[in-house]
Design a protein around this ligand. Structure first.
Ligand SMILES: NC(=O)c1ccc[n+]([C@@H]2O[C@H](COP(=O)([O-])OP(=O)(O)OC[C@H]3O[C@@H](n4cnc5c(N)ncnc54)[C@H](OP(=O)(O)O)[C@@H]3O)[C@@H](O)[C@H]2O)c1
Length: 368
């Protein structure tokens, strides 16, 4: 076994890079399980690939083994995460790897899950399979950012998104759209990659958003809609109410308005009553814990100024997409100013910046 980078050849790097790309492609769509990519190589030729199935099963290693038309005896497997070694909802991947005749296994990082962590190495080496770990470790840690947060803190990985004008307004009555079409595509991509999207009833009632993914061919991956609505103010003429059905909408509320509760329930909306703190607001960490318990692992927050600031202050946002338009918006009676730049610059690192020359809006991705 080795963890040294120089023990890996450029071919090893390339195969693992392909595995990482396979995992990235499925990221956010594998439910409670991490998205894993897998490549099987024999005599320097890729003979099979696998990704974790939608909603987490089958595992990538099993898909790669079963996808292969060739005999796997003497082959090498490259997998982004330590294979599982216990009976859960599926049998252990280590068992299938041993039975397949694979002779060498490369994986990037240990699984953070205590049931698995580091044990596969021993199981597989005992069966005379050479095991190497640490290949493209840095890239894998980045790939598993959300899985690590999920496992460590039992919280969803939270991505927030905000669009602001050149003069830092996030709302002005006169303008409906702040950013351009390229930014819209990225916003819809974020909706595709997250299982749920959260906004306040205030934003819902003002903007009447659809909150769905409108990338052609990906509409079915639209996220669940989560509405923070302590007073049950949701307007029954909004798109979200009208398009609500069983299992696609959750409202967190405090009000006990029975007639409104009945109307919402009849629509199939899940209502979750949550306590308020001394500031008469929800404890957003408790809301996130509840969402985690309901199976939500990746949450997109398209909040306005208050929700966003509240979450940033409480360190509940893991990643932040700031879209800055070149437009200057007119200040009106009801305009809203984005005031969280300081918190972002203090507590977050800039991970990526997309230049306005390319997309007209400046897009900065901040990460904790
Ligand atoms: N440009 C963008 O990217 C973007 C995105 C979303 C919204 N917007 C705009 O933002 C404007 C609204 O701004 P905003 O700052 O009022 O919106 P917001 O932050 O989305 O929502 C504010 C509402 O949420 C409530 N709230 C905040 N934290 C809460 C908590 N912890 N628990 C329960 N309720 C909580 C507030 O209650 P309190 O009564 O206690 O304050 C208030 O009613 C809209 O006009 C919308 O168009 C822009």
């Amino acid at each position: 076994m080795s963890t040294k980078k120089d023990k890996f050849s450029s071919k090893d790097n390339n195969y693992m890079r392909i595995a990482i790309n396979l995992a990235k492609e499925r990221k956010g769509l594998t439910g409670e399980n991490p998205s894993v990519g897998c490549v099987i190589v024999k005599k320097d030729k890729i003979i099979s690939i696998g990704q974790t199935g939608f909603n987490g099963r089958p595992h990538a290693e099993i898909n790669a083994i079963e996808n292969s038309d060739e005999n796997l005896s003497g082959s090498k497997m490259y997998v982004t995460l330590e294979p599982c070694n216990h009976y859960g909802k599926t049998p252990p991947c280590t068992k299938s790897i041993i039975n397949s005749g694979i002779k060498e296994l490369f994986y990037s990082i240990n699984d953070i899950d205590k049931k698995v962590k580091g044990k596969s190495f021993k199981i597989l080496t005992k069966k005379n399979i050479k095991v190497w770990r640490g290949l493209l470790k840095k890239e894998a840690i980045d790939l598993y950012d959300s899985y690590i947060i999920n496992r460590k803190y039992q919280l969803p990985f939270v991505t927030a998104k905000m669009a602001v004008s050149k003069n830092k307004l996030l709302y002005s009555e006169k303008v409906k759209k702040i950013t351009n079409q390229s930014s819209d595509k990225l916003s819809h991509y974020l909706r595709y990659k997250n299982e749920a999207i959260m906004i306040s009833s205030n934003t819902l009632n003002i903007d009447n958003p659809k909150l769905n993914c409108r990338l052609i061919g990906y509409e079915k991956f639209s996220p669940k809609r989560i509405i923070l609505d302590k007073d049950l103010d949701i307007d029954l003429n909004t798109y979200i109410f009208k398009s609500a059905k069983k299992n696609n909408t959750i409202i967190f509320h405090y009000s006990s308005d029975h007639s409104k509760i009945n109307i919402l329930k009849k629509k199939g909306i899940t209502l979750i009553k949550s306590r308020l703190n001394f500031k008469k607001r929800f404890n957003l960490k408790i809301i996130l814990k509840k969402l985690f318990s309901l199976g939500i692992r990746n949450l997109l927050v398209e909040g306005g100024e208050k929700i966003t600031k509240n979450m940033l202050k409480n360190r509940l946002i893991n990643q932040f997409y700031l879209f800055e338009s070149l437009k200057t918006l007119q200040k009106t009676k009801k305009h809203v100013i984005f005031t969280s730049n300081d918190i972002l610059n203090r507590n977050y690192k800039v991970k990526t910046m997309i230049s306005p020359k390319l997309v007209k809006d400046k897009i900065t991705i901040y990460k904790r």
